[in-house]
Design a protein. Sequence first.
Length: 156
Amino acid sequence: MPTLYRIIRDKYRHEPLSVMGSRLFGGRWNPKGTSVLYATSTPELGLVETLAHAPTVRYEELPTYWVFSLEVPNDIRYYKRAELPAYWQDETYERTQNWLKDWLTTPDQLGVALPSVLVPLSYNVILHPAHALFAQIRILDQEIQPLDRRLWRLPD
């Protein structure tokens, strides 16, 4: 079974498999109202994705983040960049949110892996909570994710 990673804020660390955020706010690959769990192929990508979406605050005001290692059943379809629509890297999510509509409606596989817009050689993995194998996801480990000050700079 593959190991995937998920980085979340401290206040959500007791619910690392919650899909509430994706349902309430949507994401690049799912519209609001559709629940999925976003994970990454490496913890490094998880950190990059987290920092890209972090609030614009001083370093001292950043929240504490936790990284979770997840053991996931091997039922994931990997997409290559050549298979994605030309608009997959759009800054807005309007078009990409519906590209997986068939899978979002009827998940025939537990997850889909898509190249990250930020680090295209690594994958964001989206897991569907309505798939029967979702219940087999196990948390292997969890720890605070250190954030080195050199990774955080606000514009002058």
